[in-house]
Design a protein around this ligand. Structure first.
Ligand code: G1P
Length: 281
């Protein structure tokens, strides 16, 4: 299976940090967000990745490219750990790029993948969200796709005040954690939402989504919404996967995620606790 990572949005929720750098390149603790996303695809067994970029996103390509001067410098100064780290990034996967010409929304960005993907089902991982769990989220979705032979998306229950940030579904539970979806609505007001189950940025889609995208008109925010095309599919399932999603496009979520990931690092954990305590006390 191939993976598509849309990374073409402006990042307006995170200005001024994203004025001249892609939001997907903002580091979460010590790595750019999009590196976590590529690593999730690779850990799910995918080695063919298409990143949908746009103008001003060239640093994403540079990040996954070889960095000759840096490698020579690290080698000459015997910094072999760092050298390995840098080389590992380049060897992660075969990554291709295509540019979305106009910012016409997530649905339009996914349409740009049609030629690369062809007729097979493919995974979509939003470039501004990270997942953590005992098994990669995308791998979990791939297993549900194989069982139901239908498109499947990741879901998480969200608090009432966050509903309007997400695509929301209405579904019939068919087994623990799996829903057959009846309806999808992009960013509804909380009082009109069919549930509190939100689309969390990981999808495995059958290729008929491309025809549905062609038929989809601009929706919320004047953009071609992937959610609207998903609701045209004959069959689609939702999965409350085992794990958690971090939405990095939002600055407070980004900050909390950086702290949480630093706490996962034994080298930083105690220093961080001391530092935070000095603020709280
Ligand atoms: C996109 C999708 C939305 C989904 C969200 C997850 O919205 O359109 O359905 O719930 O990602 O992060 P965006 O965050 O790009 O506005």
């Amino acid at each position: 299976m191939k993976a598509v990572i849309p990374a073409a949005g402006f990042g307006t929720r995170f200005l001024p940090a994203t004025k001249s750098q892609p939001k997907e390149m903002l580091p979460v603790y010590d790595k750019p967000t999009i590196q976590y996303v590529v690593e999730e695809a690779v850990a799910s067994g995918i080695d063919d990745i298409l990143i949908i970029t746009g103008r001003g996103k060239r640093s994403i390509e540079d990040h996954f490219d070889k960095s000759v001067e840096l490698e020579v410098t690290l080698e000459n100064s015997d910094k072999y750990d760092r050298l390995k780290q840098v080389r590992d990034i380049t060897g992660l996967a075969d990554i291709c790029y295509v540019r979305q010409k106009d910012q016409r929304g997530l649905g339009d960005a996914i349409s740009c993948a049609e030629k690369h993907v062809g007729d097979d089902a493919f995974a979509v991982l939003l470039g501004d969200s990270i997942t953590k769990g005992p098994k990669p989220c995308t791998k979990q979705l791939m297993e549900v796709y194989e069982k139901y032979d239908s498109s499947v998306i990741s879901l998480e229950a969200v608090a009432q005040d966050k509903i309007e940030r997400y695509g929301i579904i209405d579904g019939t539970q068919v087994e623990p954690n799996i829903y057959q979806i009846n309806q999808l609505v992009e960013k509804p007001p909380a009082n009109e939402a069919p549930s509190n189950l939100a689309i969390m940025g990981r999808y495995v889609l059958t290729s008929d989504i491309f025809d549905k995208l062609d038929e989809t008109e601009a929706g919320v925010g004047g953009e071609i919404q992937l959610t609207d095309a998903l609701s045209k599919l004959d069959s689609i399932y939702g999965f409350t996967f085992e794990g958690k999603t971090y939405d990095i496009g939002n600055r407070f979520e980004w900050l909390k995620t950086s702290i949480e990931f630093a706490m996962d690092d034994e080298e930083s954990k105690n220093d961080l606790i001391r530092f935070m305590k000095s603020y709280v006390d």
